[in-house]
Design a protein around this ligand. Structure first.
Ligand SMILES: Cc1cc2nc3c(=O)[nH]c(=O)nc-3n(C[C@H](O)[C@H](O)[C@H](O)COP(=O)(O)OP(=O)(O)OC[C@H]3O[C@@H](n4cnc5c(N)ncnc54)[C@H](O)[C@@H]3O)c2cc1C
Ligand code: FES
Length: 257
């Protein structure tokens, strides 16, 4: 059930250069799921549209968002202080299927600003399952949320410049550590998701990937966020689906990326 609400910033801090951690008090937190996202509304009149930001963690009475300053909207959010009001709409999307990891080796992969949505997933999966490994991938040693992952699951790290953990990306870390996942959950840039889809298909692994696309409405109305699918949609009979309503999480085999 999606809901519009005026939230209140509980806490905001910087985690790394250009990366902010903002906790927003709102009742959406009562039913938000890992992998879902919310639309956050900037106040400035020059920013018409809300900004989609993933749910990083669910706390009692608040949602945690970790975002990178990309343009006007996220720049505005980064200047907020505790006590400021922020309009939110959500939770949106399907989220990651937790049951797919039942009794299996689950590997969670996050790349760059795709790292935050896998934190709540790591927390919830580790409460139910014993074999959970998380691999966040960063550009360099400006790592964020690493200690948070370590509280919940076995955590390996990949950095592109080799300053920490495996040198390279999350797929290099899988190979270097000889990890054989039964199920993969991932969020990150498109080249990373394409590599995961290929690896999963070649090795017969179930993989759930969270896709990102520019979004205007976030409620399925503008068709601004479509992605090609393998099978035709049973309503429209075309090979397209909307990331905001049918996603953002898809089984990798379902989508053509
Ligand atoms: C499902 C989903 C989850 C996301 N989760 C996160 C997250 O947890 N943390 C984070 O830092 N970023 C996340 N993003 C990306 C984030 O939405 C954009 O960085 C943000 O909208 C940029 O807004 P801006 O005003 O700062 O930039 P501008 O470039 O000024 O934005 C202009 C317009 O383009 C849209 N836009 C620009 N870049 C993106 C983008 N990459 N994706 C979607 N819309 C975009 C904006 O929403 C806005 O409407 C997510 C995107 C999606 C689709
Ligand atoms: S953002 Fe409008 S349909 Fe998805």
């Amino acid at each position: 059930m999606k809901k519009y609400e005026m939230g209140k910033v509980r806490e905001i801090k910087s985690l790394a250069p250009g990366i902010f951690d903002m906790k927003v008090e709102c009742t959406l937190s009562e039913y938000a799921l890992p992998g879902q996202f919310a639309m956050l509304y900037p106040k400035s009149a020059s920013t018409l549209l809300p900004r989609p930001i993933s749910i990083c963690e669910v706390e009692k009475g608040a949602l945690r968002f970790v975002f990178r300053v990309a343009g006007k909207g996220t720049k505005e959010f980064s200047g907020y202080s505790a006590g400021d009001e922020i309009r939110v709409m959500g939770p949106i999307g399907n989220g990651y299927p937790l049951d797919a990891a039942k009794g299996r080796k689950a590997v969670l992969l996050g790349g760059g600003i795709g790292v935050p949505p896998i934190l709540e997933l790591a927390r919830q999966l580790s409460e139910k399952e014993s074999d959970v490994t998380v691999i966040p991938g960063y550009r360099d040693s400006n790592m964020f949320l690493k200690e948070d992952f370590e509280k919940y699951a076995k955590t390996l790290v990949a950095t592109e410049d080799g300053s920490f953990g495996t040198k390279g990306n999350v797929m290099d870390a899988i190979r270097e550590n000889g990890i054989k996942p039964d199920v993969i959950y991932a969020c990150g840039p498109m080249p990373m998701l394409k590599a995961i889809k290929k690896y999963a298909e070649e090795n017969g692994i179930e993989a759930y990937i969270s896709l990102e696309e520019r979004m205007a409405c976030g409620v399925g109305a503008c068709l601004g966020c479509v992605v090609k699918t393998k099978e035709p949609d049973h309503h429209s009979h075309v090979n397209n689906t909307r990331i905001c309503t049918e996603g953002p999480v898809f089984e990798a085999r379902e989508v053509e990326i």
